[in-house]
Ligand binder design. Structure first.
Ligand code: ATP
Ligand code: MG
Length: 814
């Protein structure tokens, strides 16, 4: 399909309004393509349009297209937009738009057993960070080590890094011989064993096991390559090594994955089995888009060389740059450009503004976090009530470096009656009662999941104490069986009280009742996911337990817990109605489609529908990320971390906490490259704004209960001054907050004209003031200019002219 000749209807619509370069990228149908361009230049739009173009104009079957996004939310939006163009019917036939993690979860579900990944069955569980930490603590104590010498978090961090480099426990230990590494290696081993015994994987495993499976099983790899003829990846600058390997192996026919160019996947050799070759200038249909200046996940293993070396990896790849920015006004773009130009290890690129001029970017210096929060709330209120054109709440966002900064700003918005949501995707599922109900469901889906089993055995209390569990665990270990299997044979376990045995027998009976005897095949008790969830919440006793607790305490928080359990049932019901089995590469339906298309006899693995649905539901819950909670439809201001803001855009954005140690984060002082990553993070924040941008820096900030003097972020200086106004509001509270020392700013921020105006407002003629040296006096006048001054008539010292910035003048309340 070429672009010659007129197109009609929807086919033409897809290309309408695109720039020539965007069009080139959208209509480039075969061979590798790299789109390298700055923020707001339409990279994501190119991917969306490409999907539509490939399907509608180029005749690609929807199921042959795979697009990978960074968040579930981005995937959902992209699917919706494509559906909007193509119409639901055609679209629904198996197009895959998803995240790397979700894709891998599905691929493992479908192929783990066939690929004989040791210890992994299709009904595996995904462990989240609290499950991981429960497991690692058990492993550390089993090894007679202490968690104070081996803090679970840092041990898990080391393991995660190793996994992302595709090392397993043996590979990890093999690379070094010091005591520390050996000990971590031992924990790593125990941890891996624990995961496999539980038929569980952690987040890293999703990627790593998939990468290894694709490498080691040419049959599975080729089958997937045959299916997905068009691979697209957004935010490619933030892919890690495992993701890079997966992308390379999936890229399909002619995907050059030369063994020598890739770091070994493991200790036993390189990627691929030697059949990867460079396919000349054509190569696979892999299209990646990204912006090296927006790479913000190096700390989690993202590897910039994936994008920088794309052309080497795929010789003859087409490279398209997009030069126009369609998002932000000139001042926003100009300060972003100034800022990022301070990074030394980068290739400069130009972004041409197309949105025209706009208001300058505002930097506001405030006294503390409360003033900062009120200031942001006031600003939003003004944009909503008094601005022309008025902004909706959903058009506004607050970005911060760490979640801890959200508390005060949230309180201020609540106080100001401004609807707002915090983008914390997992918040709901992290609640104790919800976690417990989910743990029951996880045991139902996978009885080997011992972390979940341990969580629910005695929740609510049913007389199965820790001693009993320990005895059963030991017996299970000796018998070489899992905990649940041991519970099923509880009569054989010696040394238990009759009461404990009875409780356990009833517990097992209850679980088996939900699964129809363990297989779901004969499940008559429930037919839908929501019904199953309802049964679990009720029969487990959780609902009654929390209701009773609420009756006793009368506390609202306890009332809420029963509501949350009901909400969980609703979430299962919602999931059921929106679940699209054809978008699931593991579904039997898609297998049939593929089989028909590729003339392959495809063994469809048919899980009982309810079990398949339950697995998919639990998986979606496990893969929820903060950014997924951003929902403009909610009509609320969104509060989120800078990391979660990637890829988004808002007409008005406030970035708070522009202080050394926060942004740049204290971690950045470790190295120049870490500092550059912080600068990129700031750049990502700035470039989210379409029109209004305010950055705040507090002179004092309370962190962990301790109030400290801060230093304004170096990034504030680096924004340049041409498109910036700085206003200093730190003195507003000076007269009230007499304890706070009033000092000049340690960083020389040049004051603009607005500052003079502010001083004039702050110190109108006649204002009674106090000076630390000259004592009490009255303002005669404020004189503007680069360094605004005040003429003051002091009672004792007579008339003096003082530079306001340094004068430490405070207003005196009369
Ligand atoms: P980021 O790097 O931040 O992810 P991006 O390059 O992916 O940005 P998009 O989000 O695709 O950029 O586009 C930014 C904005 O510009 C969106 O609102 C998009 O709809 C709009 N846009 C993209 N291309 C065009 C165009 N040709 N004409 C008008 N608007 C466009
Ligand atoms: Mg984008």
């Amino acid at each position: 399909m070429t672009m010659d000749g007129p197109l009609s209807g929807a086919a033409a619509d897809i290309l309408e309004g695109l720039t020539p370069s965007q069009r080139d990228a959208v209509t480039h149908e075969t061979g590798p393509l790299l789109v390298l361009a700055g923020p707001g230049s339409g990279k994501t739009r190119v991917i969306t349009s490409r999907i539509a173009h490939l399907i509608l104009n180029a005749g690609a079957p929807p199921w042959s297209v795979l697009a990978l996004t960074f968040t579930n939310k981005a995937a959902r939006e992209m699917r919706e937009r494509v559906a909007g163009v193509l119409g639901e019917g055609r679209f629904a036939r198996g197009l895959t738009v998803t995240t790397f993690h979700a894709l891998c979860a599905r691929l493992l579900r479908r192929h783990a057993e066939e690929a004989e990944i040791p210890g992994l069955k299709a009904d595996y569980t995904i462990y989240d960070s609290s499950d991981q930490s429960a497991l690692i603590k058990r492993v550390i104590s089993d090894l007679d080590m202490s968690t104070s010498n081996w803090p679970p978090r840092s041990v898990l961090g080391a393991i995660s890094n190793a996994k992302n480099e595709l090392h397993d426990a043996d590979g990890y230990t093999a690379s070094s011989d010091d005591y520390y590494t050996r000990q971590i290696g031992a924990i790593f081993k125990g941890y891996e064993r624990g995961l496999r015994q539980a038929n569980a994987v952690d987040f890293d495993d999703l990627l790593v096991l998939t990468a290894k499976m694709l490498r080691d099983r040419p049959d599975i790899r080729e089958q997937l390559q045959t299916r997905w003829r068009h691979l697209m990846i957004d935010e490619y600058q933030d892919t890690n090594h495992a993701q890079f390997v997966i992308a390379s192996l999936l890229a399909g026919d002619g995907a050059p994955v030369p063994t020598s160019d890739l770091p070994p996947i493991d200790d036993d050799g390189g990627v691929g089995d030697g059949d990867g070759h460079v396919d000349g200038p054509t190569g696979p249909n892999i299209c990646v888009v990204g912006d090296p200046d927006q790479s913000i996940y190096a700390w989690r293993g993202a590897d910039l060389s994936n994008i920088l070396d794309f052309e080497q990896q795929y010789p003859g790849a087409r490279v398209i740059t997009l030069a126009e920015n369609f998002r932000s006004t000139e001042p926003v773009l100009a300060v972003a450009d100034q800022l990022i130009s301070h990074n030394r290890s980068r290739k400069p690129k130009t972004l041409v503004p197309t949105r025209g001029p706009g208001e300058p970017v505002e930097i506001v210096l405030v006294q503390g976090e409360h003033q900062e929060a009120e200031l942001v709330a006031d600003w939003f209120r003004g944009l909503h009530d008094d601005h022309d054109p008025a902004l909706a709440w959903k058009d506004m966002a607050v970005f911060y470096r760490t979640n801890a900064l959200s508390r005060v700003i949230e309180a201020a918005l609540r106080e100001a009656h401004i609807p707002h949501v915090i983008a914390r995707g997992t918040a709901f599922f992290d609640r104790e009662e919800v976690k417990s109900a989910l743990a029951y469901l996880r045991v139902v889906a996978n009885p080997a999941d011992e972390v979940s089993l341990a969580r629910v055995l005695n929740k609510p209390a049913r007389g199965i104490g820790a001693t009993t569990v320990a005895k059963v665990r030991t017996w299970a270990g000796d018998a070489g069986i899992g905990l649940f299997a041991a519970l099923q044979r509880i009569q054989e376990v010696p040394g238990l009280t009759a009461r404990a045995q009875n409780s356990i027998a009833r517990f097992v009976e209850m679980i088996e009742g939900w699964t129809g005897g363990g297989t779901f095949m004969g499940a008559e008790v429930s037919s839908t996911l929501a019904e199953l969830a309802e049964l679990v919440v009720r029969e487990s006793g959780l609902e009654a337990h929390y209701r009773k607790q609420a009756d006793v305490s009368g506390a609202e928080a306890d009332e809420e817990r029963t509501d949350n359990l009901a909400e969980l049932v609703s979430s299962a019901a919602d999931f059921e109605t929106t679940f699209d089995p054809t978008s699931d590469p593991a579904s039997a339906e898609i297998a049939k489609l593929e089989a028909a298309a590729t003339a392959q006899a495809e063994p469809a693995i048919e899980a009982p529908p309810l079990l398949a649905m339950l697995r998919a539901y639990l998986e979606s819950v496990a893969l929820v990320a903060d950014a997924d909670a951003v929902d403009p439809e909610q009509g609320a201001v969104t509060l989120m971390t800078l990391h979660a803001a990637k890829g988004l855009e808002f007409p008005a954005a406030a970035m708070i906490g522009l202080e050394e140690g926060l942004l740049p984060h204290s971690r950045a002082h470790e190295s120049e490259s870490a500092m550059e990553e912080e600068r990129r993070l700031c750049f990502v924040g700035v470039t989210r704004s379409m029109r209004h941008l305010k950055l705040t820096s507090a002179r004092y900030r309370t962190v962990r209960g301790q109030t400290d003097r801060t230093i304004p972020s170096r990034f504030l200086e680096e924004l340049g001054r041409e498109h910036v106004v700085v206003s200093d509001r730190t003195d507003v509270y000076a007269a009230i907050d007499n304890d706070a020392p009033i000092e000049s700013d340690p960083v020389d921020i040049e004051r603009g004209e607005t500052t003079t105006a502010q001083y004039k407002r702050q110190f109108p003629a006649g204002t009674p003031v106090k000076h630390p040296q000259f004592g009490l006096g009255t303002i005669v006048t404020v004189i503007g200019g680069r360094q605004p001054r005040a003429k003051v008539s002091f009672q004792a010292a007579g008339e003096k002219t003082l530079v306001l910035e340094y004068a430490r003048l405070t207003r005196v309340l009369n």
